[in-house]
Write a protein that binds this ligand. Structure first.
Ligand code: SME
Length: 163
């Protein structure tokens, strides 16, 4: 199991995703606890990519999302189905990129600093959405399809983890 990350200075974000993926696989692959792996994945992304808020919400009782492991300022604890970006990614079962959170109808503002957001659904081995990985940036339009690809590859490593 890897217990530290190696990443050079001066890499682009895309290069960071590429360099980190094998390290994330080593870190997550040696552990089956979903919570432990979500905690470490939040720490990897926060420490290396430096976003304002990075964390997970877990599906509970099929009608809401509850806060899971995260890095950053305190956040909303529960998000109702049908409201906000995280719930939309859960219900659509696909990644959502929001360039300007204030232009997204129903966006749930947990922090006044968040300006753009990406949410990646976490699916189990049966392909059901069991959680979402939510990342908030304090910059407008901070996420591209390369973030989507990089983060989806990170999230894919959780497939065999269990609560
Ligand atoms: N903005 C999210 C809520 C979670 S926070 O960003 C941490 C949403 O609209 O679902």
């Amino acid at each position: 199991m890897a217990d530290s990350l190696t990443i050079r200075e001066g890499l682009t974000r895309e290069q960071k995703y590429k360099t980190l993926l094998p390290q994330v696989k080593a870190l997550i692959g040696g552990e089956t606890s979903l919570i432990a792996n979500m905690a470490n994945l939040s720490a990897v992304v926060h420490a290396t990519l430096g976003f304002h808020w990075v964390g997970f919400y877990l599906v509970e009782n099929d009608d809401e999302l509850v806060l899971g492991p995260f890095q950053g300022p305190v956040a909303c604890t529960r998000l109702k189905k049908g409201h906000g970006v995280c719930a939309a990614a859960w219900e659509k079962a696909q990644t959502i990129i929001v360039p300007d959170v204030h232009a997204f109808p129903g966006h749930v503002a947990c922090s006044p600093f968040s300006k753009s957001e990406i949410v990646v659904p976490v699916k189990n081995a049966e392909n059901e959405v069991i959680a979402v990985f939510d990342i908030d940036s304090d910059k407008l339009d901070d996420f591209s399809t390369s973030d989507r690809d990089g983060l989806e590859a990170f999230v894919e490593t959780l497939k065999d983890s269990r609560l």
